[in-house]
Design a binder for this molecule. Structure first.
Ligand SMILES: Cc1cc2nc3c(=O)[nH]c(=O)nc-3n(C[C@H](O)[C@H](O)[C@H](O)COP(=O)(O)OP(=O)(O)OC[C@H]3O[C@@H](n4cnc5c(N)ncnc54)[C@H](O)[C@@H]3O)c2cc1C
Length: 446
């Protein structure tokens, strides 16, 4: 366990222990703090919210813990896996039965061209097979795809792209696929392709993910880490291009190094002197938001699938999770979570709770997931800035901001928005562990 790990005080003879401030108490910030504390560095974590866990925290609903959508943990990093299993408490194995709803049928994951084609009529199948062949063959003569649309057309052919994939990608990103970086449809579609076993399972903390983050928070505190909840960092102090500390809730803290998991554009605005280029770059880095509609309903799943992606554009909902198996409750009820992607302040974001619940219930009942369901209760969560959007201009903006931030000695960024990437929680923790290792090496040799 973290609190049993031998603390190796950095070998900086005659000097006080180096101090690191971590902005954000999500998976990335907590993993970085754990690794630094393990190495004997003095650490403080600042979390703007009331709870640890960031976007991966659970919420309590109707006497049960549910996640902000499914939140499936995976990592191949030993440190991250040990941290996870030591803090998770009792684990349950959840069988993940993923499907894609195409408006008529549910297609089983992993999504393969064959599984898509099997559900099309003869005319569509012939068109799609020809399109698939053309898409694949044309790879040999063309340069790298310039955007997400080109990537999808090459991999799946134009007919499948237009009939099947485009609407889902555009629902998520909120802009045409031709304006999204070519690297990003892989995140949506290819990882499923790569997994060849139809039925997947994952381990889930019986008391919900937040039990894990809270336990990790307690262990950090018992190792001397300052964990400051409800504490928003409003300034990173830089003197002569070197970090000297930060300001949080009107209090000044001194640090030798600051790690930030907050959105990259916001950090640039807090840290770098105002200038037109940084402002222009920061404003390019946008993030989609998510509205989650939770529905408590009778009698658990009526479907073979508990995690469904809803592809067609005439459904506003993007994903439906049936938490039946996740829940540590045996009262014949389940919780469905419908995921709506939008922009903060747009028409969907501003729908009243009643209106979005009505929309969600009508869409839930239109799919084949549950049959006819009546909500016993419902609950809405509006989450701003959940999915960093990787537009065609994003990489140049990230490079410009990183060039500015790299000139600041003692400042590092990591995590989902820290990298402006759509990282999973395991990936965010792994990147944070690697960063912490580099900082320990630097501070120990300084
Ligand atoms: C709907 C949805 C479904 C998902 N499903 C999965 C899944 O199935 N599997 C998976 O692995 N991942 C999933 N994820 C992604 C997962 O939530 C993230 O990978 C993970 O939370 C990233 O951790 P992080 O620490 O990098 O960032 P975050 O979780 O975003 O944490 C950053 C923290 O920094 C805090 N912060 C920001 N600004 C400040 C400031 N100025 N001062 C102090 N604190 C600040 C925030 O409050 C936040 O708590 C999902 C995400 C969403 C939105």
């Amino acid at each position: 366990m973290l609190n049993k790990i031998k603390i190796d005080k950095p070998k900086v003879s005659g000097k006080p222990s180096p101090r690191v401030g971590v902005i954000g108490g999500g998976p990335g910030g907590l993993a970085a703090a754990a690794r630094l504390a393990q190495a004997g560095i003095t650490v403080d974590v600042f979390e703007a919210g009331a709870e640890l866990g960031g976007l991966a925290r659970s919420i309590s609903l109707w006497g049960r813990e549910v996640e902000l959508s499914a939140h499936i943990f995976r990592s191949s990093d030993d440190f991250v896996n040990n941290l996870w299993s030591e803090c998770a408490g009792e684990l349950m194995e959840i069988s993940l039965r993923r499907g894609i709803y195409d408006g008529n049928h549910i297609i089983q994951y992993p999504m393969t061209p064959y599984r898509i084609l099997r559900n099309l009529g003869i005319a569509d199948t012939v068109r799609s097979v020809i399109g698939l062949g053309v898409g694949r063959v044309s790879n040999y003569w063309k340069a790298e795809p310039a955007n997400a649309e080109e990537w999808m057309v090459r991999r799946y052919g134009r007919p499948l792209h237009e009939r099947f994939l485009r609407d889902y990608a555009e629902k998520l990103w909120g802009v045409p696929c031709s304006q999204i970086n070519a690297g990003f449809p892989q995140f949506l579609f290819q990882s499923a392709d790569d997994s060849k076993d139809g039925e997947q399972s994952f381990l889930y903390p019986r008391s919900g993910n937040s039990a894990l983050w809270n336990k990790l928070g307690e262990q950090l505190v018992s190792n001397g880490v300052g964990v400051h909840k409800n504490t928003r960092v409003s300034q990173v102090d830089v003197v002569s291009n070197t970090v000297t500390g930060l300001m949080a809730n009107e209090t000044q803290y001194k640090f030798d190094h600051v790690i930030s998991t907050m959105p990259l554009g916001l950090l640039a605005r807090l840290t770098l002197a105002p200038n037109a280029k940084i402002e222009a770059s920061a404003s390019v880095l946008k993030a989609r938001s998510t509205v989650l509609v939770y529905v408590l309903a009778e009698s658990g799943s009526h479907s073979d699938f508990n995690w469904l992606s809803i592809y067609p554009a005439h459904f506003r909902v993007g994903r439906i999770t049936d938490f039946g198996q996740w829940l540590n409750a045996d009262d014949g009820r389940t919780v469905y979570c419908l995921e709506y992607w939008c922009d903060r302040g747009d028409e969907l974001w501003n729908l009243s709770d009643d209106a979005i619940t009505t929309l969600a219930m009508s869409e839930l009942n239109k799919t084949e997931l549950v049959g006819d369901v009546a909500a016993i209760e419902s609950h809405i969560e509006r989450l701003p800035g959940t999915h960093p959007v990787f537009s065609l201009e994003s990489q140049a903006a990230i490079d410009a901001i990183n060039a500015g931030l790299n000139d600041v000695e003692g400042l590092s960024t990591v995590g989902r928005h820290g990298s402006h990437g759509v990282l999973g929680m395991g990936e965010s923790m792994e990147a944070a562990r690697q960063l912490a290792d580099r900082i320990v090496a630097d501070l120990s040799s300084a």
